[in-house]
Design a protein around this ligand. Structure first.
Ligand SMILES: Nc1ncnc2c1ncn2[C@@H]1O[C@H](COP(=O)(O)OP(=O)(O)OP(=O)(O)O)[C@@H](O)[C@H]1O
Ligand SMILES: [Mg+2]
Length: 315
């Protein structure tokens, strides 16, 4: 449904995006991975025409984006960037309603759409809705940014390093949110990221970019099994590292005693040898911010998301 045909962008005689041809199917999530300066953001911004291609065409459902009027393009395409880009003097709710208001939706429709999205992204509309961006945590602001991009029911969502500013644990949660929302809404997503592990976790297909060109475009399993070039293999190695770190550390290292007393009395008890990576997975899957872990010397201990954040932070 999204087609890039021989798309290039030349700045000062240099093709920063160099003859890229890609077809992305409706309802899929494509990750664009590559090192800094490889042309990922430029490629993404040519899809919503924040950047005009020097040559080549972009088509959505067979229609050239070059001839689609701006309001229609805004409705069709949501856009999320790293520092969320929220308007600082508007509340979270008003930020989320921006595009529907621009498109002239009725006020009641905007209000109910904002509530619906906030609930879907696990933001309490009555608590978070009236807050200003500076009163939100990084993870909350990021989810408000995603809600804003989804507000007008876009067919296509462009995300440029949306999780780059988040610490590793919140980031894993945000990735899980995106996965759920994308599957539920069937939105076509293009996600730009430095992080191969993120791409592998979320994408149906991965486009690996280097110096303006696509080195490989394939499902994650194929990229892992058969990296097309040494560069792709190198990126794969980096993706492993962060997760490997959490996989090596026992969750018991950061467990506190007496989980039941701290309101984590339900849910499964992880075995005492569980790793931090396993504890994190459990939190993501169950939507909790704490899990219990078996303790051979007494009552189960408790591992909180905050404790994992502190442990997982690079020194
Ligand atoms: N408006 C511009 N004028 C001139 N050069 C530009 C412009 N925008 C981007 N470039 C150059 O194009 C190249 C690709 O930039 P781009 O932002 O697409 O890279 P990227 O892959 O998104 O990098 P990063 O991971 O650091 O965000 C870079 O060398 C950049 O300096
Ligand atoms: Mg970029």
């Amino acid at each position: 449904m999204i087609e890039l045909r021989s798309v290039s962008k030349v700045y000062d005689g240099v093709a920063v995006v160099d003859d890229v041809t890609l077809t992305l199917e409706r309802g899929t999530l494509t990750a664009v991975v590559g090192t800094s300066g490889s042309g990922k953001s430029t490629l993404l911004r040519m899809v919503n025409r924040l950047v005009e291609p020097t040559s080549g065409q972009v088509l959505i459902d067979g229609a050239y984006t070059a001839v689609i009027a701006a309001p229609e393009l805004r409705r069709k395409i949501g856009y999320v960037i790293q520092d969320h880009g929220l308007f600082p003097h508007w509340t979270a709710a008003r930020n989320i309603g921006t595009v529907p208001v621009l498109l002239g939706w009725r006020r009641a429709d905007v209000r109910s759409r904002v509530r619906e999205l906030m609930e879907m992204l696990q933001l309490d509309p009555d608590v978070i809705g009236p807050r200003f961006p500076h009163e939100l945590s990084g993870g909350q602001a990021q989810r408000v940014g995603v809600a804003r991009a989804l507000a007008a029911r876009p067919e296509l969502l462009l995300m440029d390093e949306p999780f780059g500013a988040l610490d590793p644990v919140i980031r894993a949660q945000a990735q899980a949110d995106l996965h759920r929302v994308q599957r539920r809404l069937g939105t076509t997503v293009i996600l730009v990221t430095h992080d191969m592990a993120e791409a592998i976790r979320l994408a149906d297909r991965i486009a690996v970019m280097r110096a303006g060109r696509i080195e490989q475009f394939a499902p994650p399993a194929d990229i892992i099994a058969k990296p097309a070039t040494p560069f792709v293999a190198e990126l794969l190695g980096e993706g492993d590292r962060a997760f490997r770190y959490l996989s090596l550390k026992p969750a018991a290292d950061v467990a506190r005693p007496d989980g039941a007393a701290e309101g984590a009395a339900d849910g499964p008890v992880l075995p005492g040898h569980a790793t931090m990576a396993e504890a994190l997975s459990e939190m993501i899957w169950t939507g909790r911010d704490r899990v219990r872990i078996a303790n051979p010397d007494g009552d189960p201990g408790i591992v909180t998301r905050e404790a994992l954040i502190r442990a997982g932070r690079p020194e």
